[in-house]
Ligand binder design. Structure first.
Ligand SMILES: Cc1cc2nc3c(=O)[nH]c(=O)nc-3n(C[C@H](O)[C@H](O)[C@H](O)COP(=O)(O)O)c2cc1C
Length: 359
């Protein structure tokens, strides 16, 4: 038993879609909880005005009846409200009538740091829009919706996932960057409490929980570094300073430190799972960098399009969703069950067997 996520959708197309397969039947989903995470993704200092014109809402097309999962694929849809301004430019079928609205002119000025140039070369495109519409981070809305579902499942076995921005003084950095028509990045942290020992495995690379979390985070737009626990910092420590000594009391095994970030040997060890992701500065600059026109080959300035100055707070919410989904997937593999009650019963029996008190 595993959990899978497939997403589809372009930034200014009709909608984003997430299909989550492998959920047990009987899980209660709350629309308000999913939409609260969608809103958290849209908030944050430094976001573009698009976030004010669109308040994301979730629709469910399949897999849910009267608020409970059916054990069948769950199909979630987040409409792009801004699509109304792009009906010609982003029409899935050949558009009828005179060109109108946004997206009617081809984009030929690739932005350094975005998928624009690599995308047009790879797919044989002439309009950068055909690449950027999917490469853009808009589709993280679908990831966040799926992550909220994963959090509901994790909640059934007591796991709590939260995120914060680690980079200090971010608002000042954003204000300064905006004044200079520039952008900034930053670092976010996700913590998952009460993760039982034994999620993931050292048996194969693919099963390692640290590898799966790193994959999920690195698979997010603009993430260029991932750390588990103290991560890069461990490289300069001695072994005696780096590892978390094992203590035992009546509650079970415990550690006084958690430099490993709750994962040893690719397996959760019962401590809090702690991961960080580093986000590069966003590539769309209001003061554009040098580029070359795809049509003429002449030197030019890169595309300027409505854009965030920073999206670090949004990344924290997306990273939380990615980590939640991977933990839920590992939990489905370990505890199985077609019905939610079977999944929870397997978890209960397991945590009663092992000397662990949740942290
Ligand atoms: C939540 C979020 C919002 C983003 N918003 C923007 C944006 O407004 N403008 C922009 O140029 N890049 C934005 N990005 C980053 C680009 O999507 C990303 O840099 C681009 O797709 C190239 O991918 P890469 O950075 O992984 O190489 C955002 C990323 C995230 C995670």
């Amino acid at each position: 038993m595993t959990l899978t996520l497939t997403t589809a959708g372009e930034s200014h197309g009709p909608a984003l879609v997430a299909i989550v397969a492998g959920l047990p039947a009987g899980l209660v989903l709350e629309r308000a909880a999913i939409e609260e995470d969608l809103r958290r993704r849209q908030r944050g200092y430094g976001r573009s005005p698009r976030q004010q014109i669109e308040t994301d809402e979730v629709e469910v097309l399949a897999g849910l009846r009267h608020g409970r999962t059916l054990g069948t694929p769950l199909a979630l849809v987040v409409r792009n409200r801004d699509h109304k301004n792009w009906t010609w430019g982003m029409s899935p079928w050949p558009p009828e009538g005179e060109p109108e609205g946004k997206g009617k002119e081809p984009v030929t000025l690739p932005r350094p740091g975005h998928a624009d140039l690599a995308g047009v070369m790879k797919y044989g495109l002439s309009d950068v829009r055909d690449a950027l519409e999917r490469a853009s981070a808009r589709h993280t809305a679908a990831i966040v919706a799926a992550g909220a579902v994963a959090k509901a499942l994790l909640g059934e076995i007591g796991v709590r996932v939260g995120s914060t921005v680690v980079t200090a003084d971010l608002e000042r950095r954003i204000d300064e960057a905006r004044a200079e028509r520039d952008t900034v990045g930053g670092v976010v942290e996700v913590r998952a409490a009460r993760v039982p020992p034994g999620l993931g495995s050292y048996a194969t690379k693919e099963e390692r929980l640290d590898a799966r979390l790193a994959w999920a985070l690195m698979g997010t737009q603009a993430v260029k570094g991932v750390e588990v626990g103290e991560g890069f910092g461990l490289a300069s420590l001695r072994g005696s300073e780096a590892h978390d000594e094992i203590l035992r009391d009546e509650g079970g095994y415990r550690r006084e430190t958690n430099r490993a970030g709750g994962i040893e040997g690719g397996v959760s060890n019962g401590e809090e799972v702690v991961v960080r992701a580093a986000m590069k500065p966003l590539p769309t600059l209001m003061k554009p960098l040098r580029s070359a026109d795809l049509e003429t080959g002449e030197p030019a300035q890169a595309l300027v399009e409505r854009s965030d100055v920073a999206a670090v707070e949004a990344l924290a919410v997306v990273a939380e969703a990615c980590v939640s989904f991977e933990l839920a997937r590992a939990a489905r593999e370990k505890f199985g069950g077609d019905a939610l009650a079977d999944f929870v019963a397997a978890w209960q029996a397991y945590v009663e067997r092992i000397p662990w008190s949740a942290r």
